[in-house]
Design a protein around this ligand. Structure first.
Ligand SMILES: Nc1ncnc2c1ncn2[C@@H]1O[C@H](COP(=O)(O)OP(=O)(O)OP(=O)(O)O)[C@@H](O)[C@H]1O
Length: 285
């Protein structure tokens, strides 16, 4: 049986000044995969290629084990971008009329349930909604046809921390049956840190790592020391180091092993944001 909902292999796309360079990764069933990277790293390009909104130059993309261009995969995908594309004069019933015609599996009672749960006004025109309300509606619409795969491109960006948290809970519920998955790009690394099972970092069109989130946040660490102490640390024991005015900081893969090997060493926990910055900024302080 197919174990991945998305499989991307050697994906390439050349724009004038940007190359998406042999990108490969997978999104297993029942898992949330966070996709992080700086502005212009290639996240939206990758997502648009997966959704066949852009034509790839090279590589393979499979969704549910089938060619991603196959019309049969579209019904089972829910997509949310960072902007709400519904027309301002519509209300939620107008949206439902349109989407229930598009998706065979549209679930009206689930839609109404979500509208109530997330306090979306039923009578008002969408033009009068706040940015957060529009984003919530986009997420609800993407989920009300009961897809097996959710693809979210910066979908939680406009939401306040309370609503973001509610949405993250909804995403966690969504993958509980072990069949559904979420591929989730975000600049808010704390959201990814909260819910992702795997994290992929893309930088300048190349995948830098694809790691289990728990490995990143429980095992990675940042050594902080003076230059003298740093000279005693083997380069094999850290991934990247950076020199600041006052100290040296090293990103290490296994902080417990480093603690055992080097006595009196200070190692801080590393957040996903710290790790991303180390990789992207490299040795620059
Ligand atoms: N249609 C296009 N034609 C030419 N260049 C493009 C096109 N679409 C994207 N690019 C370029 O490709 C690069 C990657 O853009 P992309 O939108 O994938 O980045 P991103 O990681 O999603 O960034 P952000 O976080 O800012 O949304 C950028 O340099 C962008 O200018």
């Amino acid at each position: 049986m197919e174990k991945n909902n998305i499989l991307v292999q050697d994906l390439c796309k050349q724009f004038d000044e940007f190359l998406l360079d042999h990108v490969s990764f997978q999104v297993p069933k029942g898992r949330i995969v966070g996709f992080i990277g700086e502005n212009g790293a290639g996240k939206s390009t990758t997502i648009n290629l997966i959704l066949d909104e852009l034509k790839k130059d090279n590589g393979q993309i499979q969704i549910f084990g089938r060619e991603h261009t196959s019309s049969s995969v579209k019904e089972d995908i829910g997509v949310v971008f960072d902007e709400c594309n519904f027309h301002d004069v519509f209300n939620v019933s107008d949206i439902e009329k349109i989407l229930s015609g598009v998706y065979k599996s549209w679930d009206s009672s689930l839609y109404r349930q979500y509208l109530k749960k997330f306090k979306i006004p039923e009578k008002k025109q969408i033009g009068s909604f706040s940015k957060g309300m529009k984003m919530k509606l986009s997420i609800i619409c993407a989920m009300a046809h009961k897809p097996k795969l959710l693809i979210l491109d910066e979908a939680t960006t406009g939401l306040d921390p309370v609503v973001r948290d509610e949405m993250l809970d909804l995403f966690l519920e969504f993958i509980q049956d072990e069949e559904c998955s979420i591929f989730f790009s975000s600049h808010i690394t704390s959201d990814i840190q909260k819910i992702a099972d795997y994290v992929i970092l893309i930088h300048q069109g190349k995948i830098i790592f694809e790691e289990q989130k728990d490995d990143l946040v429980y095992h990675f660490g940042i050594v902080k020391c003076g230059r003298e102490k740093f000279a005693s640390i083997s380069p094999d024991d850290y991934i990247i180091h950076r020199v600041t005015n006052v100290s040296v900081e090293c990103l290490v893969r296994d902080k417990e092993a480093i603690r055992r090997k080097y006595k009196d060493i200070v190692i801080d926990n590393a957040t996903l944001e710290d790790i991303m910055l180390f990789y992207i900024k490299g040795g620059a302080a």
